[in-house]
Design a protein around this ligand. Structure first.
Ligand code: NDP
Ligand code: 8X3
Length: 253
């Protein structure tokens, strides 16, 4: 039977690459995000792989009631979600704790932590009812260690790490796998979002580093999802070869 994967934040970066990776391998795909035109384009691209079905859901993970209602009102054929990728997330700004912009803090906590929780709260019961499922939470190496001015982003990703452990424990009896993915530097739209559209600042983040690509992360997710049913990768840290941790990069000059 064809399996179904739901990916939050599929309009760019890891989410989009993951949608493409699973479509190529015959999964039915639920793609979500705030940018409707991008969802429409991706839907067409995914359908071009043939044989699979695609459902686009245009919502903001921060909107609790909307998240609950979108999932509750899924057509019955889409309610059998086998894999959930909690990927939607962002960093906004890079400031000292005494100088931070509180609206940026709210956006990170509301998206990375609360949004992930709202989606999980809506989808996990569907998996529990079927006694099967696999939840991936996209954290970060920023949740494993802290870097200067990363404060609230690091805290939000520490929360994702912690929640992944809790989900694993709470869902153990329901045959649901939970995998926390903690990537390091990956060149997507991430830095552009963090620096609010400043292209030069965003480029500098990856200067001299052969950064990860979105496809690298999609490959890792696909690998974890394809393991035999009795195997669960709980926690996976993936960095570029030139990065040993958030504070240790080797940049080629
Ligand atoms: P991108 O900016 O390329 O993609 C982020 C995705 O998240 C977009 O599809 C965006 O869609 C979606 N998104 C953001 N906010 C919301 C929201 N409120 N509601 C719904 N969707 C939302 O970044 P990445 O692919 O790099 O990031 C994906 C995840 O990986 C994030 O959680 C990020 O923190 C994490 N990460 C990234 C790393 C990196 O270096 N790139 C490293 C470690 C972790 P839209 O704007 O259309 O809503
Ligand atoms: C993104 C990785 O190191 O840029 O989560 O914060 S880092």
């Amino acid at each position: 039977m064809t399996k179904t994967i739901m990916i939050t934040g599929a309009t760019a970066g890891f989410g989009k690459a993951t949608a493409l990776r699973f479509a190529k391998n015959g999964y039915n795909i639920i793609i979500t995000g705030r940018r409707k035109e991008r969802l429409d384009e991706l839907e067409k691209e995914l359908l071009s792989y043939g044989k699979i079905k695609v459902l686009s859901l245009n919502f903001d993970v921060r909107k609790k009631e909307e998240v609950a209602s979108v999932i509750e009102n899924l057509p019955a054929e889409w309610k059998s979600i086998d894999i959930l990728i909690n990927n939607a997330g962002l960093a906004v700004g890079l400031s000292r704790i005494d100088d931070g912009i509180t609206d940026d803090w709210d956006r990170m906590i509301d998206t990375n932590v609360k949004g992930l929780l709202y989606v999980t709260r809506a989808v996990a019961p569907l998996m529990v009812a079927r006694n099967t499922g696999h939840i991936f939470n996209i954290g970060s190496i920023a949740g494993k260690d802290n870097y200067e001015n990363g404060n609230v982003y690091c805290a939000s990703k520490s929360a994702v790490d912690s929640l992944s452990k809790s989900m694993r424990i709470d869902l153990l009896r329901n045959n649901i796998r939970v995998t926390h993915i903690a990537p390091g530097m990956a060149e997507t739209e991430f830095a552009l979002v963090r620096f609010k559209g400043d292209v030069e600042k965003a480029k500098n983040v990856y200067k001299g580093i052969d950064a990860l690509t979105a496809d690298d992360i999609a490959d890792a997710i696909y690998y974890c999802a394809s393991l035999p049913a009795h195997v669960c990768i709980n926690d996976l840290v993936i960095t570029p070869t030139q990065q040993a941790g958030v504070n240790h990069n080797y940049r080629r000059v």
